[in-house]
Ligand binder design. Structure first.
Ligand SMILES: *Cc1c(COP(=O)(O)O)cnc(C)c1O
Length: 248
């Protein structure tokens, strides 16, 4: 099973690299996030052993639980350390990719590298307040989730609302907008997904041009198992992949 996982990981990275080449991008500019919401903790351990450190979860409860289990493994291995000095212990970098409730922010923040799913001012304000209370000494990187397909999804900002919200959020002292996130529509037609990804990139470029967001705003989190190739071609820097990685 570990071999199959390694093969899937290598194949997906190859496809990302090929999509980069077609658009004169550097493969190192795209980070693969393994979305582990559907798998066992053992599989997460295997991913880490394979060097896959960027991991995504969509529920805070899963995130905290899994992080605790993984930390336990890491601590145990550190204690046993010395038996194999060549062993590299990989630390997870957790991405919160799913819809977030305000009452879960406090638990999530201390273990999360990037919050991908900010879609209201109230939620951003909660992140801002919790970051202060927790005494985090770095600003929290957040992504604004945009509903580029304007259908199906309950979550994400309307395209027309992003600019005004971004301006308000940028005034909060304890977080910064590190980029934007979107989900492609539920469709077999990958060109429809491509259109949504291109739309997100336009929003990003527009707000950068108007200096609503700063130089540290550089991420486009878009593309999942079905449509990550199109997303990378349209400029994704973070792709969130679950099922394609775990099919055996
Ligand atoms: C589950 C999930 C993914 C991964 O989806 P796959 O189709 O399994 O690759 C990516 N992003 C979000 C927000 C998710 O909830």
């Amino acid at each position: 099973m570990k071999q199959k996982l390694a093969d899937n990981l290598a194949r997906i990275k190859d496809e990302i690299a090929e999509a980069c080449l077609r658009r004169n991008r550097q493969p190192s500019d795209v980070t693969l996030i393994a979305v582990t919401k559907s798998v066992e903790v053992d599989t997460i351990r295997m991913l880490l052993d394979l060097g896959q450190e960027d991991l995504g979860e969509s529920r805070v409860q899963d995130l905290t639980h899994r992080n605790a289990m993984i930390r336990e493994t890491i601590n145990r291995r550190r204690e046993l350390g010395g038996s194999n000095p060549d062993e590299v212990i990989h630390e997870p970098r957790w991405h919160m990719v799913g819809h977030l409730q305000r009452n879960k922010v406090k638990q999530m923040l201390p273990i999360t590298a990037i919050v991908h799913s900010i879609d209201s001012l109230r939620l951003a304000e909660e992140v801002n307040t919790c970051a202060a209370r927790l005494g985090l000494n770095e600003k929290v990187p957040i992504l604004l989730q945009v509903n580029t397909s304007q259908e199906r999804q309950k979550y994400g900002l309307a395209v027309g609302a992003v600019g005004a919200l971004a301006e308000q959020i940028e005034t909060l002292p304890n977080l910064y907008i590190a980029g934007f996130m979107t989900m492609g529509p539920l469709t077999e037609d990958k060109e429809v997904s491509r259109f949504c990804f291109a739309r997100l990139r336009e929003i990003f470029e527009e707000l950068k041009g108007e200096r609503v967001v700063g130089d540290d705003c550089k991420h486009l989190s878009m593309g999942m198992s079905q449509d990550f190739v199109q997303a990378v071609e349209e400029g994704a820097t973070l792709v969130r992949i679950g099922s394609a990685l775990f099919e055996y």
